[in-house]
Design a binder for this molecule. Sequence first.
Ligand SMILES: [Zn+2]
Length: 342
Amino acid sequence: MRKKVRAGRSARSFAVLGLLALLGSVLTGCGTPPRAVTARFAALSATPSPTASPSPSATATPMPSPTLAPATATPSATASPTITPTPTDTPSPSPTPTVTATPTPLPTPDGTPRAARAPILLYHYISQPPPDADVYRRDLSVAPELFESHLRRLCDDGYQVITLDDLLYFLTQGRSLPARPVILTFDDGYADNYTNAFPLLQKYGMVGHFFIITDFINEQRPGYLTWQQIAEMAAAGQRIGAHSRDHPDLRGKPVDYLVWQALGNGETIAARVGQHPRWIAYPSGGYDAQVIAVFRSAHYWGGLTTRQGATHRSSNIFELARVRVRGSDTAEDLARLLKLDW
Ligand SMILES: [Zn+2]
């Protein structure tokens, strides 16, 4: 019953926010299409064309490994206690959410190798750092006014904010991209992403990808987003991505542990947001071949690193490079960063 009431409310707020996003998009002319349009677009293309060529390489097959199917037992049941020293026994506040969404399989590649230049900007905090902030925190914090100047600069310079899905559909199937595409990503799921970044994205009719650490949200850690905020952002068309359960270095870890991370992270987000995350941002940028294999098998569409770069190829969708934005970067600096490639 409670769930129905909530669903009704979010449907209404979705309609209102969708209209606002549309207005914002029309007003600024540089935003991403509102979610309703994008969702229909995605649904139409989710069915692979019967004439599509087979997958270009054996490793690119989207078929899941049977052991990683989401229908298996809860992720924590498969965790090895020797690998995960402090698994949380009761990670979810009651009532326990249920997974109703099923992951969308990776769109079938048509076999044509492609490359696209589309800077993926990497933000963390969107707030003024506290007075006692150390050098790292200051570096990771972009003040809201500065962030807005970045968004305005993107518009002024003719950049168009697209989603990672848009990039993937270009790389795998050749669907068109705007002349100057750019993608906005926010790592770690800080609360200021909701209070400061989200309203500005709505104002400019833009969509960002927010990569969250699900155990931190479940623990209601101070300074991090809440599930309510995340659900509201998702309902308004923002994208929620995976950033692992608890932000470990995933390199060199056994398969069981990686499955626990991939499924636990993904199913928790699916249960709360209603859609499986399609993208993993590797915590601290750490990944290896096994990490890629497990997340690919768990129906993720691709992975984001912290390696600097702006050109993406159909052969490296699980190793996408990004452009880190620092707290000291002015709009002018951003314009310069966007022109670089590494
Ligand atoms: Zn992180």
